[in-house]
Design a binder for this molecule. Sequence first.
Ligand code: HEM
Ligand code: HEM
Ligand SMILES: [Fe+2]
Length: 458
Amino acid sequence: MRYKSQSVAYWYFAVAMVLFGLQIVFGLLSAAKYLGPDPLLYILPFDVTKVIHTNLLIVWVLTGFMGATYWMVPDESRTEIHSVKLAYIQLALWVVMGVTAVIGYLFRYGTGNKLLEQPLPHKIVIVIVMLMFLYNIGMTIKKSGRFTTTEGVLLLGVAGAAVLYLPALLHYENYTVSIFYRWWTIHLWVEGVWEMIQGGFLAYLLIRLSGADREVMEKWLYVIVGLVFIAGILGTAHHYYWVGVPSYWLPIGGLFSALEPVALVAMSIYAYSAIRRSGMAHPNTLALHWTVGSALFTLFGAGLLGLAHTWPSVNKWTHGTLITAMHGHAAFYGAYAMIVMAMISYALPAMAPGRPEQGTKLGYWSFWLQLAGMFGMTLSFATAGIGQVYLERILGLGYLDAQLKIQVHFLMLIATASLFAVGVILFIVDFFRHAPRFELTTEPERTTRTAAGAAARA
Ligand code: HEM
Ligand code: HEM
Ligand SMILES: [Fe+2]
């Protein structure tokens, strides 16, 4: 740890870990309900457990993003955080918002707008928290006078995420209009500004872990982010096929969203070639696993499995089925859960002395169990989804009759999800195993191929 105020990140990460654990509990609960009979039907029905599962996901991933930003910005700008106190107040407000929202969902207090179910008072708190965060980070950079491209891309992503949350504050009676604007938040988050956040962390980690030249890494970062943006904005229309908007959205959505994987292929090549070209500059190979893993799993979950159902001729059949869940899990996990775990794995040894820099055995077990588990879950959702589409939409079976015929895939889902859950538990245990101790280090940065870097590597 080079700056005392970076310790703020630890508490954000700790909160993210607890919420991640809870998210998995509600995921398993939701999956168990596919099999029935459901003893909790009148207390915790499927819609409630699913809302809590997906909202906890968004909250813990955003908590991870905020913590990782508070870790990265001092490193990049070579300064302390503007206000540590504000960062803690922000975290406290955020936690209160998240916890009360979940309690509210238990009593059906929410807006019912998928993934944006937060009631209005909670939405306002979210906006306030975002503003506090942007102010604190903005002031930190302004005071330092040092602003890197990597940091700029991250900041654009974070500011974009805040701005794009604003359409979620509006309420429309007309369902088509409501859905139309809902995607301005959801789609433009996950296929636009959040990818900038992932890109910023990816560049930061690759520069430090591989020792690749900053100039080269940042130049490519521009290209990738530009590609994501161009394709992602009009790609929003791949959600407009069947919601009552004019039909010219069909070709626009199909074409532009099909271009999005090009940027994701570039991102994977970027990560892989950085490692190949530069070799290892840093002993933390566990963080490297998560970093490269995130780029590759994004290509699989978002690129390949997104492309699989993005054409109108396919989406006509698969829309809103378990095929969507297949892609949603793999994409979200690869792009956003894995990049947060990469940042945690990179930062943690500096905040919890006693933890080996190269990662622990438990850490590697967690990585591989999660990867195998999530891959299995993706396949289970995929096979269940194919069955569902065929039975329900081609043969015309009723929804529940079709669900009964695909039970075997739900058993496979629960088996692979249990494997995944063990991986998550190991990650959480590994996180909390070593008590935090915030000591400053005067060690030179092992980042670029400078004389200091070479000496540190020798
Ligand atoms: C990291 C990037 C991505 C993430 C995290 C992600 C996540 C998701 C999620 C959670 C949904 C369900 C949303 C809802 O119904 O409320 C969804 C839907 C969808 N995604 Fe993605 N996605 C990503 C990238 C992509 C890409 C690159 C493509 C296309 C090439 C794509 C194609 C689709 C399509 C077509 C749907 C609609 C499915 C339906 O009609 O039910 N996604 N995505
Ligand atoms: C033990 C692990 C998990 C289990 C058993 C599980 C199970 C489920 C189930 C049953 C649903 C409802 C799907 C439906 O509507 O029929 C769901 C939704 C969802 N889960 Fe998970 N989940 C797990 C972990 C995760 C993780 C780690 C992520 C992301 C990093 C995630 C992201 C999502 C998303 C985005 C949705 C909404 C999908 C959609 O809109 O179709 N889940 N999950
Ligand atoms: Fe989308």
